[in-house]
Write a protein that binds this ligand. Structure first.
Ligand SMILES: *Cc1c(COP(=O)(O)O)cnc(C)c1O
Length: 381
């Protein structure tokens, strides 16, 4: 063991581990109200969709300022139904950023459509609209911007491209719950908004969950039927449907969290500001608010020595994450798609250089300071 490593080991033994996330802090604030309502769910056997899910749908539609909200069983299901409702089928193309979690693409693939990957903007990692515009063909039917890491994609630009080319805009808002654009909630701006309530998301279920939002009555009716076996009336199936309903128990957890989410988001913003101050002046890219708002689902710094910093932090007992180390244009499951895989230089760089530092509700200022201290130590070594 060299001297640097043994010095780090000594620090490790005296400092507690800083986890990448800790959801138990949220539970402390929820437990009493959630337990009481769980009792109700069991007494009424309202497990699958039903009154608790409906109540959550009404409240979250109000929060988002949309006409319709449909609770589903994952963000992936939301994206699938949105894609089907947009009329995407075999031969149709859908524009998506290459730097995202793979689930952004699943709906398009499940529907038999073709995802057309686009490069991303260097400062935000969100879809590069000039590149997207160049990839439009006569078969392009929709565009799925991703509000990455908690920051809006340029949704005005996406809407303009959508209008110009006649595309359905499906917002993937799995990561930016509560973020606004010109005062409006993300997910309520394009024709359809898709949300994930995977436990680690800013608004997370106690298991799997998701949501579709829209202001369009016809799309809402279609997606509501699709998520419940394609039923328009009981036991009448006009179309092939899915079982994508939201559980009553998840709806209870999510409705209680919805009451706290603005306070939790405000705390995330404070933590991010503390990181920005603590990391200023270092030779790496520190994330900033470039598109109006940011709810800091992730705090992703970028530097060429990403792997070395990750190792340094790991030895100092600080957990980090990679979101995402393999861009979509290099995923094995998409090797059948023809595209120029060297036409995504910015997405490749984000995948190679991005490092997610811990940022979660319940993290302390002292923990942020310790991470900053460790990062500074890495550069001064
Ligand atoms: C989490 C996530 C999804 C998928 O949501 P699930 O609820 O896990 O199915 C889709 N897109 C993005 C960008 C995500 O981060």
């Amino acid at each position: 063991m060299n001297t640097v490593t043994s010095a780090v080991r000594k620090v490790e033994s005296t400092s507690e581990r800083i986890p990448f996330n800790n959801l138990a802090v949220q539970w402390d604030e929820l437990a009493s109200s959630v337990r009481a309502e769980f009792e109700d769910v069991f007494q009424r056997s309202a497990f699958s969709a039903g009154p608790f899910t409906s109540k959550f749908e009404v409240e979250i539609a109000d929060y988002l300022g949309v006409k319709h909200a449909i609770g589903v069983n994952s963000g992936t299901s939301a994206l699938h139904l949105a894609t089907v409702a947009a009329g995407v089928g075999p031969g149709d193309e859908v524009l998506v950023p290459s730097h995202t979690f793979i689930a952004t693409l699943w709906g398009v693939l499940y529907a038999g459509g073709t995802p057309v990957l686009c490069d991303v903007d260097d400062s935000t990692g969100t879809i590069d609209l000039e590149d997207a515009g160049r990839r439009v063909t006569s078969r392009t039917k929709a565009i799925i911007p991703v509000h990455l890491y908690g920051q809006p994609a340029n949704i005005d630009g996406v809407q303009a491209l959508g209008r110009e080319k006649g595309l359905v805009v499906i917002e993937d808002n799995a990561q930016a719950f509560g973020a606004r654009w010109n005062g409006r909630q993300l997910g309520g701006i394009g024709q359809i908004g898709c949300f994930s309530f995977y436990p680690g998301k800013n608004l997370g279920a106690a298991g799997e969950g998701g949501l579709i939002s829209t202001n369009d009555d016809r799309l809402a009716e279609h997606m509501r039927a699709l998520h419940n076996h394609g039923q328009t009336e009981r036991y009448v199936h006009a179309q092939i449907g899915y079982n994508y309903r939201m559980d009553g128990l998840q709806a209870v957890v999510l409705r209680q969290k919805l009451r706290l989410i603005d306070r939790w988001t405000a705390r995330r913003k404070d933590l991010a500001a503390r990181y920005q101050a603590g990391l200023a002046g270092l030779p790496m890219a520190v994330p900033a608010i470039r598109h109006q708002d940011h709810v800091w689902h992730l705090f992703v710094v970028r530097l060429p020595e990403r792997d070395a910093l990750r190792e340094h932090l790991s030895l100092a007992n600080v957990e980090t994450g990679l979101h995402y180390p393999v861009p979509c244009h290099r995923q094995p499951c998409l090797s059948h798609l023809s595209m120029d895989r060297n036409s995504y230089p910015v997405a490749d760089r984000w995948a190679r250089e991005g490092l997610s530092l811990p940022l979660f509700y319940g993290m302390t200022d002292a923990q942020v300071d310790r991470v900053c201290h460790e990062v500074r130590r890495f550069f001064s070594a």
